[in-house]
Ligand binder design. Sequence first.
Ligand code: GH3
Ligand code: MG
Ligand code: MG
Ligand code: MG
Ligand code: MG
Length: 301
Amino acid sequence: MRILIAEDEPAFRQILEKILTGWGYEVRVAEDGSAAYRILSGEDPPRLAILDWKMPGLEGVEICRRLREEKPEHYLYIILLTSQQREEDLVQGMEAGADDYLIKPFKLNELRVRLRAGRRIIELNEELLAARAILQEKATHDPLTGLRNREEILDALDKEFARVGRDGGCFTIIMADLDHFKEVNDSYGHLAGDEVLRISAQRMLRLMRPYDAVGRYGGEEFLLVLPECCGGCARAFAERLRAGLAERPMDTSEGAIDVTVSLGVAASGAAAGREGARGLIKAADDALYRAKANGRNRVEL
Ligand code: GH3
Ligand code: MG
Ligand code: MG
Ligand code: MG
Ligand code: MG
């Protein structure tokens, strides 16, 4: 585990560095408070720090205070090292955000076990963050395709709607529905149908720009939100999407399957005002219905 030692006294700093390296830590050192603060507030800082209290530049307590205020999301375990030994100092140091406190001179064994306690907390914190990321992913994404789920793409649409209302400009949404998908399931089985959904999602993603959003709106229905793309741009994109999906058969475990898609396009201007984002969905849905009625594998506005 990486650790920062901030200590202005060279001899003591070198001893600490040597000892901690011997204990298996990957050690970085800072010779004064400003250097320590730069490292800890920078990119990918160590998660464990031993800070001397009295240092030129910034004092250890001040570093604690600033980091807790500025980077509350980044968990850093801080041990303050100091020769201050009054109770008020301890209280002040911990209140500034230190996790632990050691008074010089201290016993090496004590430092060793206190660091171990710190590591336990850091590891627990990391597990918690990982679990939260998984929950977050599950709550916002469709497990089959990995695309945003319905709530999440509707959320993206609401945000885009609000952005355009505030900053002006335009955007387009596309409702895309696979054609005769029930037949794919009936002929090749539900698992092959699943594979087709996954491949369709991948093909769509490849055709989109990085700031476009796509989500699985329903079973075999996808909603796309395209910022700063209207009129000719939107039509051309929808056409590329249609052609790109149908371009070549999709390779599944049940063989190659030909798939086409119908698309309904609606530009933000179409539903400006009272109906809001839901009105736009209705417009795209109506266009999709026309695309189906007019023979499928086509784009309607
Ligand atoms: P249309 O061209 O009019 O859209 O015809 P369609 O057959 O695609 O439309 P319909 O709404 O009749 O059928 C959609 C099918 O999609 C029915 C449903 O079983 C299937 N489906 C929905 N979700 C999934 C899924 O997650 N996996 C698979 N394999 N099939 C799904
Ligand atoms: Mg000092
Ligand atoms: Mg369909
Ligand atoms: Mg249908
Ligand atoms: Mg459908």
